[in-house]
Design a protein around this ligand. Structure first.
Ligand code: TRP
Ligand code: SF4
Length: 404
């Protein structure tokens, strides 16, 4: 019955529905998702309820933004055959878990999340003194915990939310994971694994408890994940039993920081819609060419004969992303000696961006021409996500004595 994929390596991430995406999203997030989908069971979702926490006055744009964003995910190479793509509001179990977690989350934990005050400052024109806005990191915790995700790819600004999630999970397990007969149940569960696995498990458990052997801890977890003979509840008990505590109903996730280079914008600042310095994934070749040709360069290079400094030029930052070593050398040398002109320097960047965008735009066009296919992908993803979410909720309700 235990068909859940390896729960401690499950990857989950979400994005607010912002509409069409740009190269910053691709290099910062999506290319990483595409890589992760080959390595782990991945769940990627549109955080439409999260959009409401800050844009509750303007919800009518959400459906179109959701649609456009999903198409851009698919265009970027997120593969519905590998990853589960879904929409948060189509899995209402997130809301139920959020509600239940809210019962045990101290207000101070939410008030201390740095994004709470920061965002209120930043979005001064909006009234964000709402209950939903204060609670949105907890909604994010529910998003993560309901899939028992082990890894959560996020930007640095979101790491504190994953940390909050860990604390909430720990508190939940502490309060609800304690069964009066926990030890007996765990011992019985060990027997169900069969002699060989049971002996291995006991050995790892001892090594961890007596010597704090972290490798034994990982080995024990991997062993449990591979067990076919035990049910979900027993597995959770045995996860907790390695460390001595109670049942691990909601495992603690880890943030997964992307190592990928930060995509600079056309002006050298971080690429972001609010700075107006983006190259859209949907930009046509003329737009791309025009945008890059008019990029600012080292201000000291007034005339073609003036030498320049690549470190003071946003175009160089693009070369760092797109050019090989030989070409980077050509740029640095040519710039510093005034051997090349700026337009000449920009041409390989234009070519590289066009080459990168072309297959994406072909995929986007093909999906946009088949809305039924996209709808099906979303429907299937939502159904699959919901199944997993339901399993967790059954256990959560059971742990809180809510199932009659
Ligand atoms: N809060 C995230 C953002 O604003 C989006 C998000 C919602 C998310 N739920 C999540 C990201 C769960 C990772 C995991 O970008
Ligand atoms: Fe920038 Fe290239 Fe011009 Fe140097 S030559 S200033 S790196 S665009």
């Amino acid at each position: 019955m235990n068909t859940i994929p390896t729960q401690h390596t499950r990857v989950l991430s979400g994005m607010r529905p912002t509409g069409r995406l740009h190269l910053g999203h691709y290099h910062g997030v999506l290319s990483n998702w595409v890589k992760l989908q080959h390595e782990y069971p991945c769940f990627f979702f549109v955080a439409d309820w999260h959009a409401l926490t800050t844009h509750y006055e303007n919800p009518t744009v959400i459906p179109q933004n959701t649609w456009d964003m999903v198409i851009d995910w698919l265009a970027s190479g997120v593969n519905p055959g590998e990853a589960t793509i879904f929409i948060q509001s189509r899995v209402p179990e997130h809301a139920e878990l959020h509600l239940l977690l809210s019962m045990i989350t101290p207000l101070g934990w939410l008030e201390r999340v740095p994004t709470y005050k920061d965002q209120q400052e930043k979005l001064k024109e909006k009234d964000l003194s709402t209950y939903g806005f204060l609670g949105y990191p907890l909604l994010q915790s529910a998003d993560i915990l309901i899939y028992r995700a082990g890894q959560v790819p996020v930007g640095e600004d979101q790491v504190t939310h994953v940390e909050l999630t860990r604390e909430v999970a720990r508190r939940f397990n502490h309060i609800y994971g304690r069964e009066p007969d926990f030890e007996e149940k765990a011992e019985e569960a060990i027997k169900k694994m069969g002699k060989k696995a049971a002996r291995l498990y006991q050995g790892y458990r001892r090594a961890y408890q007596e010597q704090g052997d972290e490798e034994a801890l990982s080995a024990a977890r991997a062993l449990l994940e591979s067990q076919q003979n035990i049910g979900v509840a027993d597995r959770d008990r045995l996860f907790g039993y390695i460390e001595g505590g109670g049942k691990v109903i909601l495992p603690e996730p880890q943030p997964l920081l992307t190592k990928s280079a930060k995509m600079p914008g056309l002006d050298g600042q971080k690429m972001s819609k609010s700075y107006g310095n983006t190259i859209s994934l949907a930009a046509n070749p003329e737009q791309v060419t025009q945008q890059i040709r008019t990029m600012p360069t080292d201000p000291a290079r007034v005339r073609r004969t003036d030498p320049g400094d690549p470190d003071k030029c946003p175009v160089w930052r693009f070369h760092e992303i797109y050019s090989d070593e030989r070409q980077c050398h050509w740029v640095r040398e040519g710039c510093q000696s005034a051997g090349i002109g700026c337009l000449e320097c920009k041409q390989p960047v234009i070519d590289a961006v066009l080459t990168e965008l072309k297959p994406m735009q072909e995929r986007a066009a093909s999906y946009a021409a088949q809305p039924d296919v996209v709808r099906n992908i979303i429907n299937e993803g939502c159904e699959k996500a919901r199944e997993t979410a339901r399993e967790t909720m059954d256990e959560v309700r059971h742990a809180i004595s809510l199932n009659v």
